[in-house]
Design a protein around this ligand. Structure first.
Ligand code: FES
Length: 170
C-alpha cells in the first residue's frame, strides 16, 4: 500500500509531475494570478495508462499547475478510500485518482472497483466535513497527455473555487 505520508510535502516540496522540470511550472500561463490561492492536489495515477499520460504531457511540455504531486500506483483500484481521506486531512486541498478507461484495466476490473468506491467516498466525505468535489476519479489513457493536463487544470480550478481544505474547520 502506498504511504501517503511519504509523498505529501509542503508548498515548497520539489516533487514535480513526471516529465516536468522546475522551470516548466513558471511563469504562470494558466490564467491564475500570482497572489491567487494555489491548491495542493495529490494525483494517484495508474502506472499503465494515466502515469504514461502524465509523462506524455510532460514530454510535450504542456503547462501544468505547480502544486500537483503524482503518486504512481499499479491500478486505480489500489487507492483505498482511507488514503484519500488521509491525504485531505493532512493538508492536500484535492485528490485526483486517474485510471485506465473502463474495459482497459490491466487487472481486468480494478477501475470498476475504483468507480464503485468513488461513488461511496463522495457520499462519505460530507460526513467528515470535506466537500465531495475535492475528490475526483477520471480516466486517462497513455496517449491522452492533453486530456491529463485538462483534467488536472479542471480539478485545480474547481478546488480553487472551494478554497483551502479545512478552512471551515476553524
Ligand atoms: S491498471 Fe489502470 S486502472 Fe487498473
Amino acid at each position: 500500500m502506498p504511504q501517503v505520508t511519504d509523498r505529501i510535502g509542503g508548498r515548497g516540496d520539489k516533487k514535480r509531475l513526471p516529465g516536468h522540470k522546475e522551470e516548466d511550472a513558471r511563469p504562470r500561463t494558466d490564467g491564475a494570478r500570482a497572489d491567487e490561492f494555489q491548491p495542493k492536489i495529490l494525483i494517484f495515477a495508474c502506472n499503465w495508462c494515466s502515469y504514461a499520460g502524465a509523462d506524455l504531457a510532460g514530454v510535450s511540455r504542456v503547462q501544468m499547475p505547480p502544486d500537483c504531486q503524482v503518486v504512481r500506483v499499479m491500478c486505480s483500484g489500489r487507492v483505498e478510500p482511507e488514503l484519500v481521506i488521509s491525504a485531505l486531512c493532512r493538508g492536500m486541498d484535492g485528490v485526483l485518482v486517474l485510471g485506465c478507461h473502463p474495459g482497459e484495466c490491466h487487472y481486468t476490473q480494478g477501475n470498476y472497483y475504483a468507480r464503485r468506491r468513488a461513488l461511496l467516498l463522495k457520499e462519505l466525505l460530507p460526513y467528515v466535513g470535506i466537500e465531495p468535489e475535492r475528490f475526483q476519479l477520471k480516466w486517462v489513457s497513455a496517449s491522452e497527455g492533453g486530456k491529463f493536463a485538462e483534467v488536472v487544470q479542471e480539478m485545480v480550478e474547481g478546488v480553487r473555487r472551494l478554497g483551502p481544505v479545512g478552512a471551515e474547520w476553524g
